[in-house]
Design a protein around this ligand. Structure first.
Ligand code: PLP
Length: 397
């Protein structure tokens, strides 16, 4: 059994704060600062350029990728780190389209995160081969998987509502008609058990600064089904994805397997911090995590529905169809969230009216849920949100 009272001690949560926004940016793991100090002082500082070999910097994208692989049901050697999620989506989609040259449709849904759709739009424009990005409602995806579809590009857990797609079923349907799948795990990795290999997913991507607590700007990950990897001709054919980067050959030749999805110099300090952030997962069983996450989200929903009239649940009520976040619609959601934050309960807001709360079992407990409900109920009952300072919009919501 995973002991969540121990995982909680691995993080710094500021005094008085109930942190319900780890789905956007996880808190600082206590091990992160020391690890960053070591990399800067002992490795970069003392070893200088020799650290690429002596401190194993060059292998970090693969080594850290293996640690993520365990959390997403992928075999060792099938995940590599680098760049940002937007870039990894671009690479994965480009590879999928390249493997299905006769098909011209990318299927996605309107619940997908905008950058995924934007990256697809940019890629299709530069390919200029008559592709179409077909965006349907989330519940229409299954029926829309047809024989003209090259790639089904979905985010498993909807960033706004927490609604979860059935990865195994949709992947099966896609394969039945000869399409490939690209799963974005931004709100899945570290939030719930994922079984990429079991589902037969073709490509997957995700970021590491949300539930994996790698810090702002932490590198993203990319997965390719092992038997497909060798067929992929990378669109972003950078030198570190080359078969022999230090041969300085003028012509590109893809590296072995997933290594070819590397592009340029890895962000060593961020990778080291992420590596430290992943230590806590060694003691975590993902099924225990899921059970705990459901307990917390159920408790929060019951509390808010009991005590906060005017807020409407927009997340699926069935916990099996929901990720590790809960969203409520409230007309004055923006101001109410600012009022909550001023009282130490940190969630976030997504336009037009969604108040979003993430529940990361590693450091959120029942007491936090109960206190958050109590404070929210008070703000709603007293219209405590109705102040000019809570209506002023910041750049990042
Ligand atoms: C958070 C998130 C992103 C962010 O992409 P970055 O390139 O890391 O800024 C992309 N896609 C999804 C689905 C997300 O949830």
């Amino acid at each position: 059994m995973t002991d969540f009272s121990i995982t909680r001690t691995a993080f710094h949560i500021p005094d008085g704060v109930i942190y319900l926004d780890g789905n956007s940016l996880g808190p600082v793991p206590l091990a992160a600062e020391q690890r960053a100090r070591e990399v800067i002082g002992r490795e970069w500082g003392e070893m200088l350029i020799t650290a690429w070999n002596r401190a194993g910097w060059m292998d970090m994208p693969r080594r850290v990728g293996d640690r993520i692989a365990r959390l997403i049901g992928a075999a060792p050697g099938t995940v590599v780190m680098g760049d940002t999620l937007s870039i990894k989506v671009y690479q994965a989609l480009a590879a999928a389209l390249d493997l299905r040259p006769d098909r011209k449709v990318v299927l996605s849904d309107s619940g997908n995160f905008p950058t995924d759709l934007y990256m697809a739009q940019g890629l299709l424009r530069s390919l200029n081969r008559g592709h179409e990005l077909r965006v349907v409602a989330p519940e229409e995806v299954e029926d829309a998987i047809s024989e003209d579809v090259a790639a089904v590009m979905l985010t498993e857990v909807d960033y706004r509502t927490g609604r979860m797609h059935d990865m195994a079923a949709l992947t099966r349907k896609a394969h039945e008609v000869g399409a490939l799948t690209l799963w974005d795990l931004a709100h899945s990795a570290g939030a719930l058990p994922v079984d990429l290999a079991g589902a037969g997913a073709d490509f997957a991507t995700g970021c590491t600064y949300k539930y994996l607590n790698g810090g702002p700007g932490a590198p993203a990950f990319i997965y390719i089904r092992p038997d497909l990897a060798e067929q992929v001709e990378p669109a972003l054919s950078g030198w570190l994805g080359h078969e022999a980067p230090f041969a300085f050959d003028p012509d590109y030749r893809p590296g072995r397997g997933i290594e070819r999805m590397r592009v340029g110099t890895p962000p060593v300090i961020q990778l080291a911090i992420l590596d430290a952030a992943l230590d806590v997962w060694d003691g975590v069983d993902m099924h225990d995590l899921r059970r705990r996450s459901i307990e917390l989200t159920e408790r929060f929903i019951a509390g808010v529905e009991g005590e906060c009239p005017g807020l409407a649940l927009v997340s699926p009520r069935d916990p099996a169809r929901r990720g590790s976040q809960v969203s409520f619609a409230f007309e004055e959601g923006y101001a109410a969230m600012q009022a909550l934050i001023s009282r130490g309960v940190i969630g976030d807001f997504r336009a037009p009216d969604v108040m979003r709360f993430g529940f990361a079992p590693l450091y959120v407990g029942e007491d936090d849920v109960d206190r958050a409900v109590r404070i929210l109920a008070e703000i709603i009952a007293t219209s405590g949100w109705d102040k000019p300072e809570f209506r002023r919009r910041s750049a990042v919501t």
